[in-house]
Design a protein around this ligand. Structure first.
Ligand SMILES: [Fe+2]
Ligand SMILES: [Fe+2]
Length: 287
């Protein structure tokens, strides 16, 4: 990927963002959601296929799905907040100066997404769940911090988008939830197109100058980051809010159980494929 190609893509995405902003109507917020509304596709609920799910009646499953939706939207907010901070800090930095105009649109869109996700959580749950993600500060080779930052963003956006696409097409869900997922998917398809090319550009440009150990550690780091991201989808606070006993044990057991493992493998397949294509996923011998 050359910088010129990336710039051409950023220019095209900028035009698309401008058109999308003009076409976006404000969301219609109902005063309350019906108690029996599905807010998350049952098959995407973290406990689906586990004994804890089987023990719930239909009302309990819908209640759990509501809090899972609040957790999913919360994860979006925390991820977008970190993304906005990192992009704002890098605006007009040397590697990104050519794309600054597109990044302004990117930031505006992430900010708008947070009004949707935050609007939902505050209105209907009266809260967000706390952010538990930690990125420990350490020394980096030149360009390494940017590669890791944008690769983490790509993982976050790919995972979220897989949920968004499925839920946008699920007619069991409350129309507002479907619409938020649909709108987010629409905007994120532009972010993903840009993010993938940017990660490729930064990685190809910087990695050859790093020592082999630094380069070799990146795929394992990103694989660990994906696993850590998944753990946040098994939130004991959600289970507690849904009235499930012993929520920490339930979270630990659900994460290790066969059905959720198989579901994660399915949901992360696109993310792993993209990272593999970029040579950013551990090879068999490394994993
Ligand atoms: Fe977003
Ligand atoms: Fe995004």
């Amino acid at each position: 990927m050359t910088v010129t190609t990336l710039s051409a893509v950023a220019a095209r995405l900028t035009d698309a963002s401008v058109r999308a902003a003009v076409a976006t109507e404000p969301l219609a917020w109902p005063a309350a959601l019906a108690d029996d509304a599905w807010c998350m596709s049952p098959e995407l609920v973290s406990l689906y296929g586990t004994p804890a799910w089987d023990a719930l009646d239909d009302g309990g499953r819908r209640r759990l799905a509501f809090f899972e939706c609040v957790n999913f939207f919360t994860l979006n907010i925390h991820g977008e907040r970190a993304l906005m901070e990192g992009i704002a800090r890098r605006l007009y930095a040397r590697d990104l100066a050519d794309h600054a105009h597109y990044l302004h649109h990117f930031l505006a869109e992430e900010n708008q997404h947070m009004t949707w996700f935050g609007g939902f959580c505050q209105r209907y749950a009266g809260k967000l769940y706390p952010d538990r993600k930690l990125v420990l500060p350490r020394e980096h080779a030149p360009g390494e911090e940017d590669v890791l930052f944008f690769a983490r963003a790509l993982i976050f956006e790919l995972l979220v988008d897989t949920f968004n696409r499925r839920m946008a097409n699920d007619d069991r869900l409350h129309p507002l939830v479907r619409e938020i997922n649909r709108r987010h998917h629409e905007d994120e398809s532009r972010h993903l197109a840009f993010g993938r090319l940017l990660v490729e550009d930064l990685w190809r440009r910087h990695a050859p100058r790093w020592n082999p150990a630094t380069r070799a550690a990146i795929p394992a780091y990103l694989a660990a980051y994906l696993t850590a991201s998944w753990k946040e989808y098994y939130n004991p606070d959600v289970y507690k809010d849904a009235g499930i006993a012993d929520p920490i044990r339930v979270a630990r057991e659900a994460f290790a159980a066969a059905a959720p493992r198989a579901r994660r493998a399915d949901l992360e397949a696109r993310c792993v494929r993209v990272l593999r294509e970029l040579d950013l996923w551990p090879t068999e011998t490394e994993s």
